[in-house]
Design a protein around this ligand. Structure first.
Ligand code: AMP
Length: 229
């Protein structure tokens, strides 16, 4: 089972991808995380990507596609993949479809987390990530128990370098002008599922699982109890 989560920055797709990966035993792959790791390590791809990343622009397709397809080579024992932040352009979507079909696989469902632009801007301004694993928190909508410290791994929280007001505006603009076309691409393939992303993390997670259930997708047994509470 292979899923894609599409949503603007601040729609909660990173958080939902982490939850769904655990519940459905999928390997999570976040293009933004892979890029941040490559930039931090100073790999050739990271160096090429950095100027685009720093401006809040899309990194060229060939760099991102190569990085993602390499990451998908090894499923680490998972039942499939859940992609977060990729694809963001039609050429990326086509490259992904082609690679999966070469392996006799395909994307099964694409979940669009729908959140209006004004709510997104407000959420992004309050967003913090942990320095150890990039777990995402929000001082307004998803605070940690101890301010400034990740609940999961106790590492300090920081604001992302591209979460400044100008870069947020630029990234949202790109999403609503460019990435939004992917919805038509996947709608025409009959794979698109729209979920209202304005509700709480738990409610959105429940809504996603509820929409997948009629398609035969259910959490693995040991997670079912937690998901139902
Ligand atoms: P994210 O963490 O998903 O918000 O991504 C952070 C930044 O990484 C974006 O603003 C882009 O510069 C870059 N990026 C992430 N995913 C992609 C992608 N699929 N295509 C192009 N650039 C990307």
């Amino acid at each position: 089972m292979n899923l894609i989560l599409i949503g603007a920055q601040g729609s909660g797709k990173g958080t939902q991808a982490q939850l769904l990966a655990d519940e459905l035993r999928l390997k999570p792959t976040a293009s933004g995380e892979l890029l941040r790791a490559a930039i931090a390590k100073g790999t050739p791809a990271g160096k090429a990507a950095q100027p685009y990343y720093d401006r809040g622009d899309l990194v060229p397709d060939e760099i991102v596609v190569q990085m993602i397809l390499e990451d998908l080579e090894n499923l680490d024992g998972a039942h499939g993949i859940i992609l977060d932040g990729f694809p963001r352009t039609i050429p990326q979507a086509r490259a992904l479809d082609q690679r999966l079909s070469e392996r006799g696989q395909r994307i099964d469902y694409v979940i669009y987390l729908d959140v209006p632009k004004d709510i997104l801007a407000e959420r992004l301004a309050g967003r913090y990530v942990c320095t150890a694993y990039g777990h995402v928190w929000n001082i307004r909508t998803r605070p940690t128990r101890v301010p400034g410290i990740c609940d999961y791994d106790h590492s300090p929280l920081v604001q992302r370098s591209d979460d400044t007001p100008e870069k947020i505006a630029r990234r949202l603009d790109i999403f609503f002008h460019e990435t939004i076309h992917l919805l038509d691409y996947y709608r025409s393939q009959g794979k698109l599922i729209r979920v209202d992303g304005t509700r709480s993390v738990e409610d959105v997670n429940r809504a996603i699982l509820a929409t997948l259930l009629p398609h035969g997708v259910a959490p693995s047994p040991q997670d079912e109890q937690g998901a139902g509470n």
